[in-house]
Ligand binder design. Sequence first.
Ligand code: HEM
Ligand SMILES: *[C@@H]1O[C@H](CO)[C@@H](O)[C@H](O)[C@H]1NC(C)=O
Ligand SMILES: *[C@@H]1O[C@H](CO)[C@@H](O)[C@H](O)[C@H]1NC(C)=O
Ligand SMILES: *[C@@H]1O[C@H](CO)[C@@H](O)[C@H](O)[C@H]1NC(C)=O
Ligand SMILES: *[C@@H]1O[C@H](CO)[C@@H](O)[C@H](O)[C@H]1NC(C)=O
Ligand SMILES: *[C@@H]1O[C@H](CO)[C@@H](O)[C@H](O)[C@H]1NC(C)=O
Ligand SMILES: *[C@@H]1O[C@H](CO)[C@@H](O)[C@H](O)[C@H]1NC(C)=O
Length: 327
Amino acid sequence: MAIDQKLLSFFLLQLIHLLLVINLSNGQGLKLGFYQKTCPAAESIVKEVTHQHISLAPTIAAPLLRMHFHDCFVRGCDGSVLLNSTKNNQAEKDAGPNLSLRGYQVLDAVKSAVEKKCPGVVSCADILALVARDAVGVIHGPFWDVPTGRRDGRISNGSETTSLPPFFANITLLKQMFAAKGLNEKDLVVLSGGHTIGTSHCSSFSNRLYNFTGKGDTDPSLDLNYIVHLKRKCKPGDTTTLVEMDPGSFKTFDEDYYTLVNKRRGLFESDAALLNDNETRAYVKLQAATHGSNFAKDFAVSMIKMGKIGVLTGTTGEIRKHCAFVN
Ligand code: HEM
Ligand SMILES: *[C@@H]1O[C@H](CO)[C@@H](O)[C@H](O)[C@H]1NC(C)=O
Ligand SMILES: *[C@@H]1O[C@H](CO)[C@@H](O)[C@H](O)[C@H]1NC(C)=O
Ligand SMILES: *[C@@H]1O[C@H](CO)[C@@H](O)[C@H](O)[C@H]1NC(C)=O
Ligand SMILES: *[C@@H]1O[C@H](CO)[C@@H](O)[C@H](O)[C@H]1NC(C)=O
Ligand SMILES: *[C@@H]1O[C@H](CO)[C@@H](O)[C@H](O)[C@H]1NC(C)=O
Ligand SMILES: *[C@@H]1O[C@H](CO)[C@@H](O)[C@H](O)[C@H]1NC(C)=O
């Protein structure tokens, strides 16, 4: 009997351990106000420095939001997107022209301000999650509470950026790549709304304007008048020109994205693809019809969820001293 009880409590402990591990990998090791005792000023410093930079250069908000997405989809939200390449290793940030991220200098400035106040306490992964939130806030987007406690990874591997969906992804591939990160169709259509801000290089969509299937044709799912408009901006082979993704309000976080997609004016094939699935199409249509009645709230929920992908917590990883280098 005594042995049975021992055995039982052993299995119970194993079960609790297992649940804990599952929870941790799901981001449950994070909590609100993780730095409340160790660095109470952390979040206000992040906010202040982010605001300073964006008020000087409003277009930097978009790439900061995108950077958090790219961090989370490759190896989890562990700050790996911020690491520099080394002699023997090509980092994520150097992995190919279609990544085209910018704004690293903002992260560096925020990190050094935080380090000044509390050296070695606040991770780069958390700083990036907070900066993305605050960047959206400055340009009139929604606010959300960011659970913190992420730790920084020590690996950044350029060849792993293939887990980022390409601009030409169809709805099947998009759903698959989001599901691989624990995100559902709702998250896909909601987070794609991030394309309400920012700019894109012509090369991320010019296949839709010229030679779509190799017959000198255009993408039939793209509005004809919009094709004419885009062709004026992007000549064949142009790899440098930037185009506003939500023309006229690319610096404001609003719900126009869904109105555009609904009018077949989503810029990327991946935007247009949202009309090829019942659930994502229904969401696009609802937001277009109601001027984004739920978008702000939904975006906050999905951003918190995205921010939990594959995080390192507890004693795993490290707190980098400088975001571009492992300690
Ligand atoms: C659904 C799959 C997605 C695809 C295929 C995709 C693709 C792209 C592409 C191709 C660009 C333009 C890059 C360039 O040519 O400069 C871009 C820009 C951008 N993306 Fe996405 N993206 C996706 C999801 C997201 C998500 C989830 C977010 C954030 C929540 C996001 C935020 C942004 C922002 C803010 C920009 C503008 C960046 C700037 O102004 O520099 N994207 N995206
Ligand atoms: C890290 O790489 C970025 C570009 O990716 C570069 O601007 C920066 O100077 C590098 N940092 C250092 C300290 O070498
Ligand atoms: C980087 O990732 C690729 C693909 O997953 C893998 O084959 C390679 O070994 C990795 N490189 C390093 C240095 O970890
Ligand atoms: C980058 O673009 C090229 C074509 O320009 C494409 O073959 C490649 O798959 C793209 N990679 C990603 C990750 O989007
Ligand atoms: C979607 O894209 C994937 C990968 O590029 C491809 O294998 C598949 O055939 C496409 N599906 C449809 C319905 O076009
Ligand atoms: C269009 O694509 C086809 C097939 O890839 C290629 O043979 C042709 O040269 C392209 N035409 C132009 C104008 O680029
Ligand atoms: C999508 O909706 C159409 C009609 O609205 C219906 O015929 C089809 O079965 C639906 N597909 C799925 C997968 O639910």
